[in-house]
Design a protein around this ligand. Structure first.
Ligand code: UD1
Ligand code: MG
Length: 454
């Protein structure tokens, strides 16, 4: 099999986005556009991936890490000029080069593969992926000759009124014979409306040289959407969201209202889990089977085990065991780990804490920097006092502890196994195992005094 190389164009500023964030880093379903492109290409059998960076080069490299090699395009003189930068890596190599724009995040790997196969079957030097657009404005138009062969691509700003009527567009994805590509790039000029070196001009150059130039049409324009402004960004988000939701539904996940359910491209969800409306599942989240998530919940980079429910809650960078109930209105902050059969009730916040199996924090509590054992009951309104304004301290609560309502556990402090904290206590010293800790002033009743006050 011949070598396949990929070049991703990601050096542009993205002026039309009117943004401080470089265009290809704008997220679609939570992942930067260019990363969708790179991840899709990685799933193909490609020997080298070269990303052309320029504007925001460091940020783009930081985002993609070692998924790609990089070449810097110092000045953005056009898409042909961008590809020429890859010469230092790809020049003279035998093989096929797939070129994809970093702003087309929806093109599926299967489509790239079909393009490649078509290119091979035609023995072509260049094959362009085209699509038919309802509204082709802004895209390069595919001009075919009387025999239906592609003869050139004309950019919107260079197109005659007649050419502007053409609805077949250049998607910005191509396959080239690697050597022919770099030879032809030398002949591209910038004599056009934008004074740029256009990559699509390579098509006309090769065609005029008598080489075989072909086109492969993608039947689904949505896949090929190029994101140049925020309107297209929202369209891309909608298309990707539908695609992701549909994948999960086909895999056995119930999504009550797909229109208000946002799931990241990389999230995994088990069968018979129900996602209720208004829920956002972000990052590398993994959710087990038979869970109920939502309504109105936000889960970020977390693992949720089977048969757990999360209602109207926010969960970030946390792990939740099986058969556990979170919410309504709970907040699990980073580094929270909940065991199995745990209950976290309303208005409870947990941060950087571990809670063992069968432990319950049912109402109005803050648990921070704590190690809580199993079968612990933390009464309503109890909190770990973990911060003195400068430093954070740890609270250790061993198995089978009962903390009465409205207790302050002033860290560092330890409650021994089986101990009992009387309601309303402010605990500042260790409570030994099986002891009762009580730390509150005694009650005094002044008989008939209330009458005097009235
Ligand atoms: C480009 C195509 C157009 C096609 C459309 C599909 C050209 C000249 N036009 O237009 O035919 O219909 O994509 O979406 O190729 N870039 C660089 N360096 C540069 C210029 C651009 O790396 O000097 C990158 C951009 O970051 C972007 C990609 O190339 O990811 C495409 O550039 P963009 O300006 O979006 O081109 P379009 O006008 O969309
Ligand atoms: Mg574009």
């Amino acid at each position: 099999m011949t070598n396949i190389f990929a070049v991703i164009l990601a050096a542009g500023q993205g002026t039309r986005m009117k943004s401080k964030l470089y265009k290809v880093l704008h997220p679609v379903c939570g992942k930067p556009m260019v990363e969708h492109v790179v991840d899709n290409i990685q799933s193909l059998n490609v020997s080298r991936i070269v990303t052309i960076v320029g504007h925001g080069a460091e940020k783009v490299k930081e985002q993609l890490g070692d998924k790609s090699e990089y070449v810097l395009q110092e000045q953005q003189l056009g898409t042909a000029h961008a590809v020429i930068q890859a010469e230092s890596i790809l020049n003279g190599l035998e093989g096929t080069t797939l070129v994809v724009c970093g702003d087309t995040p929806l093109i599926q790997p299967e489509t790239m593969k079909a393009l490649y196969e078509h290119h091979n079957s035609q023995n072509a030097k260049a094959t362009i992926l085209t699509a038919v657009a309802g509204n082709p404005t802004g895209y390069g138009r595919v001009i075919r000759d009387a025999d239906g062969q592609v003869s050139q691509i004309v950019e919107q700003k260079d197109a005659t009124p007649e050419q502007q009527l053409v609805t077949e567009i250049n998607t910005g994805t191509y396959c080239f014979d690697n050597k022919a590509l770099f030879e032809a790039l030398k002949l591209v000029s910038n004599e056009n409306a934008q004074g740029e070196y256009y990559l699509p001009d390579v098509i006309e150059i090769l065609q005029k040289q008598g080489e075989i130039v072909s086109a492969y049409t993608c039947n689904d324009f949505d896949e090929t959407l190029g994101v140049n402004d925020r309107v297209a960004l929202a369209q891309a988000e909608e298309i990707m969201r539908n695609r992701i939701n549909e994948k999960h539904m086909r895999n056995g996940v119930t999504i009550i209202n797909p229109l208000t359910t946002h799931i990241s491209a990389d999230a995994q969800i088990g069968r018979d889990t129900v996602i209720k409306p208004g829920t956002t599942i972000e990052g590398q989240t993994v959710i087990g089977e038979d869970c109920i998530i939502g309504p109105n919940s936000n889960i970020v980079n977390s693992r949720i085990s089977d048969r757990t429910t999360v209602q109207n809650s926010v969960v970030t960078d946390s792990y939740i065991g099986e058969d556990t109930a979170v919410g309504p209105f709970a907040h699990l902050r980073p580094e929270t780990q909940l065991g199995n059969h745990v209950k976290i009730g309303n208005f409870v916040e947990v941060k950087k804490s571990t809670l063992g199996n069968d432990t319950k924090v049912s109402h109005l509590s803050y648990i921070g920097d704590a190690e809580v054992g199993s079968n612990v009951n933390i009464g309503c309104g109890s909190i770990t006092v973990n911060y003195d304004g400068k430093n954070k301290f740890k609270t250790i609560i061993e198995d089978d502890v009962f903390v009465g309502c409205n207790s302050n556990l002033v860290a560092p402090v330890k409650l021994g196994a089986g101990s009992f904290i009387a309601a309303g206590s402010t605990i500042t010293k260790e409570v030994p195992a099986d002891a009762m800790g009580i730390a509150r002033s005694r009650q005094e009743n002044k008989l008939d005094y209330a009458k005097k006050l009235k």
